[in-house]
Design a protein around this ligand. Structure first.
Ligand code: NI
Length: 185
């Protein structure tokens, strides 16, 4: 299919919630192909539909290492059905320039979704890249960005300022209370 233009931070639709997919139609399958093509072209480990301007609840990931075969996983209408613990992950996002920062994520998650053929599946992660990527991409479907979870907003604001981008939004910021309540497992 096609490598698509990736919308950048500051674009309004990146903050808008995405719609459920009612039918895994040809249109949705084409969207999945474009997401994969665009993610690989940008050397990303994940990409969500709103990042290419289509606000549907679809994202793709590939957490395989360079020396491993490709391992694309497609999530349609994902739902995080279990989450516990917390850990710190170093993240960036293809919708941002060189902005990388530490964010707080749940450690253990269980996610259910439909695959690209509309078949339900469940995936579990216990920390590490898989855990953070799934949460990062799932957030995109609700207009939530990784900087909203940052551990140090001043560090992020400095980085954003370098690129003349808007600062972290106070009302979007997740505070630390959740994490203090969630013991490490
Ligand atoms: Ni992202």
């Amino acid at each position: 299919m096609a490598v698509r233009k990736v919308l950048e931070y500051g674009t309004k639709s990146l903050r808008e919630p995405s719609k459920e997919v009612h039918k895994v139609s040809k249109k949705i399958q084409d969207l999945v192909t474009d997401l994969l093509d665009t993610m690989y072209a940008r050397n990303g480990v994940g990409m969500a539909a709103p990042q290419i301007g289509l606000n549907y609840r679809v994202f793709v990931i590939d957490t395989s290492k360079n020396d491993e075969p490709l391992n694309p996983v497609v999530f349609i209408n994902p739902k995080i059905i279990k989450k516990s613990g917390g850990f710190s992950a170093h993240e960036g996002c293809i919708s941002f320039p060189e902005v990388y920062t530490d964010v707080r994520r749940y450690k253990k998650i269980m996610v259910k979704a439909l695959d690209r053929n509309g078949k339900p599946f469940v995936i579990e992660a216990d920390g590490g890249l898989l855990s953070s990527v799934v949460q990062h991409e799932n957030d995109h479907l609700d207009g939530i960005l990784f900087i909203d979870h940052c551990e140090n907003r001043f560090e992020v604001d400095n980085l954003l300022q370098k690129y003349n981008l808007p600062p972290v939004e106070e009302d979007k910021l997740f505070n630390g209370d959740d994490w203090q309540a969630a013991p490490e497992i």
